[in-house]
Write a protein that binds this ligand. Structure first.
Ligand code: PMP
Length: 999
């Protein structure tokens, strides 16, 4: 706690006597001054007492500055005293004159407390900062301070101190280098334009609106460090604090600069200093903290930024200065690489060619190959298996495939390509070179005279393998050519520094063993700089850094003088419009801004822009999206026969055998249909024939399909907006939700069972026969509600007594998802009379089934034929067989059990920290996370926020339940512990955000 120097009563009387306003005062933190928030009836103010011996000119400057800015609504208007003065004085206890002033309080919250800080907020900060400077440029006010430590123009003072403070040697070296670099360019720096700048838009001096989703900038406060200095210093200071807590500080700075530049154009000379100035500002802050800690240990406010600054120093110093400058140039609408235009001009007169790169007779006619994320040529099988890939490449005997510049691809899936950014886990996926799919041992030649800069073997998984980078010169410009996936370069006769001439053979195409594990090809890339790389250079970049990297790495087709076709991208806005035109509005899209997916692969989906999403929603892709074995089986069968059940075929028989073998003996007959709805529709038809009655017991919150009959038995549907309500033949059991349902806690199970009994006895009393009861073993759409304890077992006993059939809907829960058991009903130790299957059964292919007892099947065969054109067709059966095989051979039920347990544990840990998580429930990989307030009211708004934020972070989730406040987690059951760790990391990140915490 800081020492209170003034009684609050004294402050209140000072305000009253000078401003005539009755207020209540509270002290707030400050670096040197005594600051107070003073609150009158309808308005609050900021009241400041300057330290002893403050120069009056400084007080005057500040108060006049605020008066000058009075129509700029984002700074607090300076209040005049009753005597019309902008500031005033009093004598303190020690008889010293003290200056004070008062300005309007800006309501809002501090930037330092905002989470998350979006790039759009950063851009707004840049814009607001520039607007402030424009206002400041209209005054002649100034206060000259010599040797002001916080003026970046005086940065050299830290040279004396930085070695004396407790700072890692590595960091000291960075500071030394930066100082030296700045010293070298000092005269240039001194010539940069000067401006009256705020000079301290730190994260506690920016006031942000209370809107927790899309906040805006409301105020910029504290002009205590305002100084006339280089304008670029202002941007450096603002960037320093605006990037705190960012995992991608370069990108974050980019957005601040972009906003600033939209109002005040930054020059190329100014941009050149920005990286170093940010580093120096961080260093000054660190040195100041260390000195203050020594000299003024009691003032904790002087240490507020210390840890943030150490962290940001570490992150910033790891960024290459030259690369950062590329980003800044791009933010200011210059070509990211300073030489890009010049290179294009020069190279157009000095092109090389493919016939120089390869020997003419070793390549064929060039043909463009699309390997992008949406490529229909590239099946997942080919991504998985380089030999199949090679086979397909070699099918085309008369062409050499090439392509890939700026193509976003799904193939870079190894962890070496991955990084945690502010947008979640991201892979570098955008290809910066051109690939030539030529044979192993094809000779590769230098495209121009040059010097070998890098010759190495890159060992990373899916890396370059053998790699050579050659430096070339045209006029006074250096550029580089990169040759990747070569043979083992340990055996090369070349060394770094060797001269090579145009057309000279430099290497051969490597085998998969030598080339990073790829099918043989050449990755050929052009660079205008190799930054500080000594043994490597990126061949792919993050998709959203494409503009910067493509300026560093121009299109190699220009150098090789070949045509390059870029793929026409489908515009998503047009898709949205056409969807509106042709499809019904009640066919809904997920998320605030919908995603256009072009590829699925295992537990991931890829959008058209190449963003990879971890899928925790699509339980239909049970054994993984486009599972290679399933796709293979489907292709095989569709290639020879796909017909209906009216002919003999082994596939339908083996599927029936496979399925029935997974059930208790009693359930021995199978019917095949095309969907879960159809399965339930058929189950109801069967029960209707069996019992000759159309009355059903159903569960509140239950969902069984989209057809007329299945909607009639789905409380989730008939009871929702637009639904027709319950019909007289339906008897509802209250949803047995022990957490927020009609009955909760200890005796809930019995009470729900009593409700069931009441239905039975009432029906009997009214002479109403009931045909069947239909339930999901874990109610899904209703909110992932587990049926309590022995509830279902007890119901079944009564049902048997009353000759009422039990239909269990396993459309969501079946096929090993619940982990402990293969079917959900087995969790309840009952044997249903009829079981319905769907979703996972075809892993995305439409197939469903009804399984029932021999006796029921016999009664159903009443003369009326059962036939479905597509149900049980040869292809569907082949696929379903393969799904079962995949679950068994890969032990995926066990995986659902183990991974599910691990995930539920992790979610329970999160629930301990974040009270918004009221309940975590479920079995295996069928889990619900319910979001509530302290009074157990549902928080749909938070669930929607969470789902949309997780989507931005690259994780697909969904919210459901009767109050839409339950996060449903039901990923493909190949989900791994690593996936769980990622999911939990990102969930925690979102749960910590303002909308989830302060609302
Ligand atoms: N039953 C349950 C439990 C379901 O969740 C669903 C689909 N969500 C269905 C039946 C209907 O299946 P389909 O959409 O394949 O017709």
């Amino acid at each position: 706690m800081m020492k209170k120097k003034f009684e609050l009563k004294f402050i209140e009387s000072l305000v009253f006597s000078n401003y005539g306003i009755k207020v209540k005062a509270t002290q707030i933190e400050g670096e040197k001054d005594d600051n107070f928030k003073v609150e009158a009836k309808n308005k609050s103010y900021f009241f400041k007492i300057y330290p002893k011996k403050t120069d009056e000119k400084f007080v005057k400057f500040q108060s006049q500055l605020l008066s000058h800015l009075k129509d700029y609504k984002k700074t607090g208007n300076n209040n005049l005293t009753s005597f019309k003065k902008t500031y005033a004085t009093f004598s303190d206890n020690e008889n010293e004159i003290r200056f004070f002033r008062m300005n309007d309080w800006i309501c809002g919250r501090l930037w330092s407390s905002v989470n998350p800080i979006s790039n759009s907020l950063r851009e707004k900060l840049g814009i607001e900062n520039a607007e402030l400077l424009i206002k400041l440029s209209r005054t002649k006010l100034n206060y000259v301070r010599k040797d002001f430590d916080w003026d970046l123009a005086n940065f050299l003072w830290i040279e004396k101190f930085y070695k004396k403070i407790n700072l890692k040697k590595k960091y000291q070296k960075t500071i030394k280098n930066t100082i030296e670099n700045l010293k070298k360019k000092r005269s240039k720096f001194q010539k940069l334009r000067k401006h009256l700048i705020h000079n301290d838009l730190n994260d506690n001096n920016i006031i942000v609106s209370e809107n927790l989703k899309t906040p805006t900038i409301l105020g910029l406060i504290d002009f205590g460090d305002c100084v006339r200095s280089q304008l670029i210093n202002e941007l450096a200071v603002t960037c320093t604090y605006g990037i705190i807590k960012s995992l991608t500080p370069l990108e974050s700075a980019f957005h601040i600069i972009k906003g600033f530049n939209s109002k005040i154009k930054i020059s190329e000379d100014e941009i050149d200093f920005l990286y170093d100035l940010i580093l120096i500002r961080i260093s000054i802050s660190i040195v100041k903290s260390a000195l203050n800690e020594k000299n003024n240990p009691s003032n904790k406010y002087l240490q507020v930024s210390k840890n943030d600054m150490l962290t940001i120093f570490d992150k910033w110093s790891k960024i290459n200065r030259e690369l950062a400058t590329h980003f800044f140039r791009h933010a200011c609408n210059f070509t990211a690489n300073i030489n890009e235009k010049k290179f294009y001009k020069l190279i157009s007169q000095k092109k090389s060619s493919v016939n120089i790169l390869f020997k003419k007779n070793e390549i064929n006619k060039l043909e463009n190959l699309d390997l992008s994320v949406s490529s229909k040529w590239l099946s997942n099988e080919l991504i998985n298996d380089i030999y199949s890939f090679e086979k397909k490449i070699n099918q085309n005997l008369f062409s050499t495939y090439y392509g890939g510049y700026l193509e976003t691809r799904a193939v870079y899936d190894s962890y070496d390509y991955e990084k945690l950014t502010d947008r979640g886990f991201e892979n570098r996926t955008t290809h910066l070179g051109i690939d030539f799919w030529v044979e192993q041992k094809t000779s590769v030649h230098s495209i121009d005279d040059g010097i070998i800069k890098i010759i190495t073997n890159d060992k990373t998984i899916k890396g370059y393998g053998g790699l050579i980078i050659i430096e070339h010169t045209i006029e006074d410009l250096n550029y580089y050519s990169l040759y990747g996936h070569l043979s083992d370069q340990k055996k090369s006769k070349f060394n770094i520094g060797d001269l090579v001439s145009k057309g000279e053979k430099i290497a051969e195409i490597g085998s998969p063993k030598e080339n990073g594990g790829w099918s043989p090809h050449l990755h050929f890339q052009i660079m205008l700089t190799i930054l500080d790389y000594e043994n490597d250079f990126p061949g792919v970049c993050l998709q959203n850094e494409k503009e910067v990297w493509s300026s560093i790495c121009p299109n190699p087709s220009l150098v090789l003088n070949i045509k390059y076709l870029s793929k026409n991208k489908i515009d998503e806005d047009i898709l949205k419009k056409l969807r509106k035109k042709y499809l019904s509005a009640n066919l809904k899209l997920s998320y605030d801004s919908p995603i256009y997916f072009v590829r699925g692969f295992n537990q991931y989906l890829y959008s058209n822009s190449g963003k990879k999403y971890l899928d925790t929603v699509n339980n239909i892709a049970h054994v993984g999206h486009q599972n290679v074995n399933i796709v293979k089986a489907a292709k095989q069968q569709i290639g020879i026969l796909n017909t209906n059940t009216r002919y003999l075929h082994d596939e339908i028989i083996s599927l029936s055998e496979n399925l029935v073998s997974k059930f208790p003996k009693k359930l021995s007959k199978a019917y095949f249909v095309n969907s879960g709805s159809e399965a339930n529709e058929l189950a109801i038809r069967i029960s209707n024939v069996y019992s000759n009655c159309d009355n059903y017991i159903i569960m509140q919150g239950g969902y069984h399909g989209n057809t007329n009959k299945t909607i009639e038995i789905s409380n989730y549907k008939y009871n929702s907006i637009g639904g027709r309500g319950k019909t007289n033949n339906i008897f509802e059991i209250p949803m047995p939700d022990k957490f927020r349902g009609k009955f909760r806690g200890k005796n809930a199970e019995i009470k729900y069972f009593n409700e069931f009994e009441k239905i039975i006895s009432k029906a009997k009393k009214n002479n109403k026969k009931i045909g069947a009861m239909i339930v999901e073993p874990i109610i899904s759409c209703g909110g992932q509600i587990e049926l309590p304890g022995k509830f279902l077992k007890k119901c079944k006993k009564i049902l048997e007594k009353e000759n009422i059939l039990l239909i269990v809907d396993e459309v969501q829960t079946g096929f090993g998802r619940v982990g402990e058991k293969y079917w959900g009903f087995q969790l309840h130790d009952v044997i249903p009379d009829i079981v319905t299957l769907g979703k996972p059964m075809g892993n995305g292919h439409p197939i469903g089934a009804v399984i029932c007892t021999n006796e029921i099947s016999r009664r159903f065969d009443n003369g009326l034929e059962f036939f479905s054109s597509f149900g049980g067709n040869t292809v569907s059966c082949m696929i379903a067989n393969q799904v079962i095989k995949e679950i068994d051979s890969r032990k995926l039920q066990k995986n659902a059990y183990m991974t599910g347990k691990y995930l539920i544990n992790g979610l329970n840990e999160l629930a301990k920290k974040f009270p918004v998580i009221g309940d975590v429930r479920g079995k295996g990989l069928f889990i619900g996370v319910e979001l509530v307030d302290p009074n157990l009211n549902p928080r749909m708004d938070k669930a929607i926020y969470l789902v949309n934020r997780m989507k931005e972070l690259g994780v697909l989730m969904s919210n459901d339940g009767l109050d839409k406040n339950v996060i449903k987690i039901k990923p493909p059951i190949i989900f791994s512990k690593i996936d769980v760790d990622r999911l939990l990391t990102l969930l925690k990140k979102v749960l910590e955000e303002d909308f989830m915490i302060h609302n």
